[in-house]
Design a protein around this ligand. Structure first.
Ligand SMILES: [Zn+2]
Length: 456
């Protein structure tokens, strides 16, 4: 059985060793059309999800990820080439929606599934706390990394399965609804408003989001042809304009260093509640009221979240053990911002955090940190130091040329370590750096626990 996915290496086994979730094998979801009806007060979701699929294995049954709290009432199938796709049975167990077809679907068919479901969406408990759809004081947010998407829609919840989306949300009119992609229409009907968003660029399930709240829009300028805006509670408008005053400059800098901004626009949402950390989604980031005090205490993370649009969102991960490819580059992007804005060389930031790392336990493998340490700060900092080691080895000109190519080749797809290694070799060989020196760099930073010497 072939495992035809975006990734270049085979799917390892039948279960995601990081999330503990069994893979849904045999098919690919091309698109999700999510039609959500949401009531803020009772936190009640009534939805229809239509998934467009194709299958790379014959299917007499299939599974999707969906939290138990979302109760499915009807599933219908339809073949796009006039095939008769009949769902004979469905049931929910173990976080899965399990479907059986009356007749086996031959390989390479195209078909759709329409799933009606409803419930009170709640975050999913995970090794990293509660993730997914979360009720706020006055509204809701979605932050799903890494496996919270099934809290609000049936999906193939694995980072290497990117798809296109239409997200339509109907909510009471005082509320604004912000989702990924471009707002196509906004229609008022009685006391309710329907917001329709379209995501043209392939998106991983964990990056799909819906933000509902009493927000006002704030224009934050434009950079490299990309509009930057915020949605904020009215009482936080002044602080937000101050806090995000450099957001467009950050976008301009990263567009220069990493290549064109990968999406249509960039939006930040500020919720009324306090959040432990800001959260990333495709095309937008979410901050808590506590991050917006107007004192620039969180400038580092405002830059960090923006850089995830390149590292993590456009260049997705094939598997979670490569998390440093997201977080190492995002953390290094913070240092690049301060290098640009405050003339603090990245080497100085690197030196500071190297010192911090040296005082912490050296029991983590960057290439495979494991479930518990996946979001450990050491992954971020050691990841950024690995990027710094590459820059030190290659020099600025070759380093940024390599980075541009890595980002351009992996755009709107998924990347793995082999992709980065290939681009690095292309530059290192031109410079006459022996392959063995490059191999050593990878080994000491990624595959050994002990902290290597500071890159100089
Ligand atoms: Zn991050």
């Amino acid at each position: 059985m072939t495992r035809n996915r975006l990734r270049s290496t085979p799917v390892p086994g039948h279960r995601d060793e990081y999330t503990g979730v069994d893979f849904n094998l045999g098919f690919h979801v091309r698109s999700y059309v999510l039609d959500l009806n949401y009531r803020v007060g009772p936190n009640r979701l009534t939805s229809v999800a239509t998934l467009q699929l194709d299958n790379w294995a014959p299917l007499s049954s299939l599974t999707l990820d969906l939290a138990a709290g979302m109760r499915v009432t009807q599933v219908t199938g339809s073949g796009t080439a006039g095939q008769n796709i009949v769902v004979s049975k469905f049931r929910q167990s173990g976080g899965k929606l399990r479907l059986k077809f009356r007749e086996e679907i031959p390989v390479d068919s195209e078909f759709s599934l329409t799933i009606r479901y409803s419930g009170t969406p709640r975050p999913i408990r995970s090794a990293w706390g509660e993730i997914g759809w979360e009720e706020l004081e006055n509204g809701s947010l979605v932050a799903s990394q890494p496996c919270g998407a099934p809290s609000w829609f049936p999906c193939d919840d694995t980072p290497d399965e990117k798809a296109r989306y239409e997200i339509t949300v109907t909510a009471d009119s005082p509320y604004s609804v912000i989702a990924n992609g471009t707002l196509i229409s906004k229609k008022v009907s009685g006391s309710r408003t329907t917001w329709h968003y379209r995501v043209e660029h392939p998106m991983a399930t964990y990056l799909a989001t819906v933000q509902v709240g009493e927000y006002q829009q704030l224009e934050l300028g434009e950079a490299a042809g990309t509009a930057v805006r915020a949605w904020v509670p009215a009482q936080l408008k002044t602080q937000a304009s101050e806090e995000f005053v450099q957001q467009a400059d950050m976008l301009a800098l990263y567009s220069r260093l990493f290549g064109p901004y990968p999406f249509d626009d960039y939006t930040v949402v500020v919720v009324e509640d306090e959040l432990e950390i800001p959260l990333e989604a495709q095309g937008l980031s979410v901050f808590g009221a506590n991050h917006i005090r107007g004192d620039h205490a969180w400038e580092r993370l405002i830059a960090h979240e923006l850089s995830h649009q390149w590292f993590g969102n456009s260049l997705g991960l094939a598997q979670w053990n490569d998390i440093w490819l997201n977080e190492g580059f995002a953390c290094y992007s913070e240092w690049l911002w301060f290098e640009h804005a405050d003339n603090i060389p990245a080497a100085e930031s690197a030196r500071e955090f190297y010192g911090e790392l040296a005082r912490k336990p050296q029991d983590l493998l960057l290439s495979d940190p494991g479930t518990r340490d996946m979001f450990d700060d050491r992954v971020y900092k050691r990841g950024a130091l690995t990027v710094h080691a590459l820059r030190t080895m290659l020099g600025d000109e070759a380093f940024f040329r390599m980075l541009h190519r890595y980002i351009s080749v992996g755009r709107h797809a998924v990347v793995e370590l082999v992709d980065l290694k290939r681009e690095v070799l292309q530059e290192s060989r031109k410079l006459g750096i022996p392959d063995s020196e490059v191999d050593t760099l990878w080994t000491v930073w990624l595959d050994q626990r002990e902290l290597p010497a500071f890159p100089a």
